[in-house]
Design a protein around this ligand. Structure first.
Ligand code: KG4
Ligand code: ZN
Length: 335
C-alpha cells in the first residue's frame, strides 16, 4: 500500500458508517445510517438491537459510499474498519464486512482504533496540517485527550475516570426530562439560560492531572438542581445553562492544560459533544487568548463516521502495513 483510495467502516456503537477517502485527507464520499430513532424509546443504546440493525444496514451503506465516490470495489486500494473500543456485537458486523471485502478484492485490510479514528478527523478538516496537536475526543462513549505527534502517532494523555462528557449531558438531561440523547436539547435551552444560576462542581479542577471526572457533577445536579427545577425555583433554561457551563469549563480547562504540558500549538476537539455551541465558543475564546491554532471539524466529522476510520487506516497502512489476519475485535481496546 502506497496510498490511494481507502474504504473506512465504523460500526462501533449505533451508527453504521462507511466512506471513501483519498490519501487519508480527502473525502470522496461518506454514508451514515443512524439508529438514534430506534434506541430513543429506551433512553440509550440497546446493544442487541444495535448489532441487528448494523447487519441490515452494512451492505447498503458500503454500496452507497462506493456509488457516491463513483467507484467500484475493485478501484479501492485498501479497506479499514474499527476493531474497538465499542459494543462487541456492533464492532463484529463492520469489522467482518471490511475483512471479507478486502479478501474478495485482494487488497490490504487494516484494523483501526475508534479513538484514533476520531482524532484523525483533524487531517480531514485540515489537510495541510503537519504539526503536533492535542485532540479532545468527547462523545457519549468516550472523553479522552490524545497527543498526536504526527499522522499515525497517538499517545493518550488522560481521560475520564467515570462518565463520558456526553453521558453527563445525557444523564442529567434525562433527569430534567429532555429525552435521549439530551445533549442537543441542553445546548438549545442553554442559549436562553443563565450559566451562573447554579454552581455545579468542576471535577478534578484543583488537581494537577489531565484526567477528567463527571460523576460529582451528576450527583450534585440530581441532589440540588433537580429539586429546584421541580419546585419552580429554577427554570429549565437556567438549569441547562448551568449544567452546560460546568461540563464546558472542565473540557476547555483540560485541553488547555494538555496544550501547555505538551507544548503543542495546535488544539482540536471532536466527538458528538464537540457539536455543542457553548463548547465551540469557549474553545475559540481560550485558543485565541493563548494564540493557539484551533481545529473544530464540522459536526458531521465530529460524530461517528467512516471517513475518520479511512484517514486513520491510511496512516497505519503506510506505517505498519496491513493488520495481522488474526486481529479480532476488542471491545475494550486502548490506544
Ligand atoms: O459521537 P457521538 O455522536 O456518538 C458516540 O457517543 O460515539 O456522540 C453522541 C453524544 C451524546 O451524548 C449527545 O448527547 C452528545 O454527543 N451531543 C451533544 C450535542 N450534540 C450531541 N452534547 C452537547 N451538545 C450538543 N450540541
Ligand atoms: Zn465515537
Amino acid at each position: 500500500y502506497r496510498g490511494g483510495l481507502l474504504l473506512g467502516i465504523d460500526t462501533s456503537c449505533d451508527d453504521t458508517a462507511a466512506a471513501v477517502v483519498k490519501d487519508g485527507r480527502e473525502i470522496l464520499s461518506s454514508a451514515v445510517a443512524s439508529q438514534v430513532e430506534v434506541h430513543r424509546p429506551f433512553g440509550g443504546v440497546v446493544p442487541e438491537i444495535a448489532s441487528r440493525r448494523h447487519l441490515v444496514a452494512i451492505l447498503p451503506v458500503i454500496r452507497r459510499a462506493l456509488d457516491e465516490a463513483g467507484i467500484a470495489p475493485q478501484d479501492l486500494d485498501g479497506v479499514a474498519a474499527t476493531y474497538g473500543p465499542g459494543l462487541v456485537g456492533s464492532l463484529l458486523v463492520g469489522f467482518m464486512a471490511g475483512k471479507a471485502l478486502a479478501l474478495a478484492i485482494d487488497r490490504p485490510f487494516v484494523g483501526v482504533d475508534h479513538l484514533e479514528g476520531h482524532a484523525s478527523s483533524i487531517w480531514l478538516a485540515r489537510p495541510a496540517l503537519d504539526q503536533p496537536a492535542v485532540v479532545l475526543v468527547a462523545s457519549g462513549g468516550h472523553t479522552e485527550l490524545l497527543y498526536v505527534r504526527r499522522p499515525g502517532r497517538f499517545e493518550s494523555l488522560g481521560g475520564t475516570r467515570d462518565d463520558a462528557a456526553g453521558e453527563a449531558f445525557d444523564k442529567v438531561g434525562r433527569l430534567l426530562g429532555l429525552g435521549y440523547p439530551a445533549g442537543p436539547a441542553v445546548d438549545r435551552l442553554s442559549e436562553r439560560g443563565r450559566p451562573d444560576a447554579v454552581r455545579l462542581p468542576r471535577g478534578l479542577s484543583e488537581v494537577d492531572t489531565l484526567d477528567l471526572s463527571f460523576s460529582g457533577l451528576k450527583t450534585a445536579a440530581s441532589r440540588y438542581m433537580l429539586p429546584a427545577v421541580r419546585d419552580g425555583r429554577l427554570s429549565l433554561e437556567d438549569a441547562a445553562a448551568s449544567l452546560q457551563e460546568a461540563i464546558v469549563d472542565v473540557l476547555v480547562d483540560r485541553l488547555m492544560r494538555a496544550a501547555e504540558r505538551t507544548g503543542a500549538r495546535v488544539v482540536a476537539a471532536t466527538g458528538g459533544v464537540a457539536a455543542n455551541r457553548g463548547l465551540r465558543r469557549a474553545l475559540s475564546r481560550a485558543a485565541q487568548e493563548r494564540a493557539l491554532d484551533l481545529i473544530l471539524p464540522e459536526p458531521a466529522l465530529c460524530t461517528d463516521n467512516g471517513a475518520m476510520i479511512a484517514a486513520a487506516g491510511h496512516f497505519r497502512l503506510l506505517d505498519e502495513g496491513p493488520s495481522d489476519t488474526a486481529l479480532a475485535v476488542d471491545p475494550s481496546a486502548r490506544i
